[in-house]
Design a protein around this ligand. Structure first.
Ligand code: ADP
Ligand code: ADP
Length: 224
């Protein structure tokens, strides 16, 4: 089934000045193994789109399908289970748990998804090593650089081997070489495991290397 599909998705916000229609029939399908760049100016609805795609909010019209399932018909519990098991998020601000080590930050979401601790730890170590953090497993986020924290956040997003990755500027804080490492690891996840990724970025060089670029125009998805 198609990992993620948005059909005729609408989202409106009530503001003091009236109703602001941000998405007005957005259509997007992400195929397994595909990495899609979302490149659009600020204020056009990228975060809104990522939140709807990640089942954090419900659209005012249209439907979001995850692995062929219409999310609108699901209970909040079922949506939470999909967020835990099927979708990985990378935010601009990493929201790592400050009291826990890098490794624990990658282990905890796996425990929440029902994975046993030894297996979760092994997967966490492997992922952190993959992202060049093998020497940082026991560091708390506060002892890591911004770029290191960002890589922990990406490792965490991949911890439960999601089918869909949603990312907001995942390489924003990284130097060129590290951004390259992160991108090639994401590409590998896509190619090897069929991960489908939607990556919002302002970096045109990075976007150009993805399978496809889309933008937001007047509340709709358009070819970028
Ligand atoms: P982007 O991520 O592309 O910057 P957003 O999705 O954050 O865009 O926002 C799109 C538009 O919707 C902006 O004009 C923003 O101010 C407005 N907006 C976003 N969230 C809300 C909200 N909760 N209430 C009112 N307006 C909002
Ligand atoms: P949990 O009890 O596992 O935290 P949640 O529904 O709160 O269940 O979160 C599931 C996933 O969605 C987590 O990966 C979390 O990071 C993400 N998430 C939850 N709420 C928000 C939010 N308001 N903005 C961004 N991400 C969120």
């Amino acid at each position: 089934s198609v990992p993620l599909e948005l059909r005729a998705v609408e989202r409106r916000y009530k503001t003091e000045a009236g109703t602001l229609a941000v998405l007005k029939g957005a259509e997007l399908a992400l195929q397994a193994g595909e990495i899609v760049a979302l490149v659009a100016p600020s204020g056009t609805g990228k975060s809104t789109l990522l939140h709807l795609a990640g089942l954090l909010e419900r659209p005012d019209g249209g439907e979001v399908f995850v692995e062929g399932k219409a999310a609108g018909t699901l209970s909040d519990d079922a949506r939470t289970a999909i967020r835990r098991n099927t979708i990985g998020f990378v935010y601009q601000f990493h929201h790592l748990l400050p009291e826990f080590s890098a490794l624990e930050n990658v282990v905890l979401p796996q425990l929440a998804a029902g994975v046993g601790r030894p297996e979760a730890k092994a997967r966490g170590e492997e992922l952190l090593k993959q992202f060049g953090l093998g020497e940082r497993l026991d560091h708390r986020p506060g002892k890591l650089s911004g770029g290191e924290q960002q890589r922990v956040a990406i490792a965490r997003a991949l911890a439960n081997a999601p089918k869909v990755l949603l990312a907001d500027e995942p390489t924003g804080n990284l130097d060129v070489a590290t951004a390259e490492l992160v991108f090639s690891e994401l590409l590998r996840e896509a190619r090897d495991r069929g991960l489908a990724a939607l990556i919002a970025t302002h970096n045109p060089a990075l976007a150009a290397r993805m399978d496809r670029v889309v933008t937001l125009k007047d509340g709709k998805i358009a070819a970028g």
